[in-house]
Design a binder for this molecule. Sequence first.
Ligand code: ADP
Ligand code: MG
Length: 316
Amino acid sequence: PEVARQIAAGEVVSRPLDVLRELLENALDAGATRLEIEVEGGGLRRVAVRDNGRGIPAGEVGLAPLRHATSKLPGGLDEVSTLGFRGEALWAAAQAGTLTLLTRPAAQVGATLLTAQGDAVEVARASAPAGTTAAVEGLFAAMPARLRAQAPAAAEVREMVALLGRYVLHHPELSWRLAVDGEIRLGHAPGDFRGGVATVYGPVSANRVLAVEAAGIAGVISRPELTRARRDRLHFAVNGRPVQPPADLEEAVLAGYGELLPSGAAPLTVLNLSVPPAEHNPNIHPSKQLVALAELPALAEQVRAAVAQALAGVPH
Ligand code: ADP
Ligand code: MG
């Protein structure tokens, strides 16, 4: 069972990037408007996310690192199996390293500090501002094979910076800061989609985007004449979660540009899609990066139309 548990935990947390994504998701789920991230030693020494979200009440903190413990299922335990991976992130993080949660709901006097390593959980009183700081330290320190399988720190940091950039693009209304080994690598003050593009790609790119606004679709796309051949610049989020888009959605964007797009060019797009939860399963893979969208053809057509409409007013 010990090996089985390690395999299960490893599917949720196999590298520092996974820890960062899960902690960010939790902070967003908690309604945070300000997120401060610290990464040290390529994320193996420490990944920490501090948020100003709703915090965890003292009486519930001890549940957070338990397997399948989640506060996010109105329907109760029945739904845990259908939702697959929910409630496993903090558990997996505590299996793979040392998890600490320093947390306080705004209305509670005094904070709680939880430390979890494997199944050993300690809870103590503490003091802290409202919100939560979740940290994972010493990732894979007790798992030499895992440790050896890790990418070099610089490569992992690159991916973490890129991941954070995607969150900034899709949530430019929030305040973001990332420090890597004590050095600020990314800072974003709340703004609109164009502001997110300015933070991630710079002011020149920000001046080249047009707003997209349609039912269930919001974001920006680059003016066709100013695109470059970079395939990684199509960014999609579904219900606030950055995802690797199904090929159909990428093709829908290109179809929306139609002949306006120079051949070989790929536009910069940031599109936030809102779909009814029932049509969307984020849990087909533990990383939740892949999504299953029930109404994909209809959604693709909406995306194509929204892009085409945004471009319709552009002189060319
Ligand atoms: P899940 O997010 O799928 O519920 P997790 O293991 O990631 O599972 O988190 C377990 C629980 O811990 C969450 O359901 C939530 O109640 C609580 N939690 C975790 N992180 C935070 C946070 N940053 N702010 C508030 N609550 C949190
Ligand atoms: Mg979570």
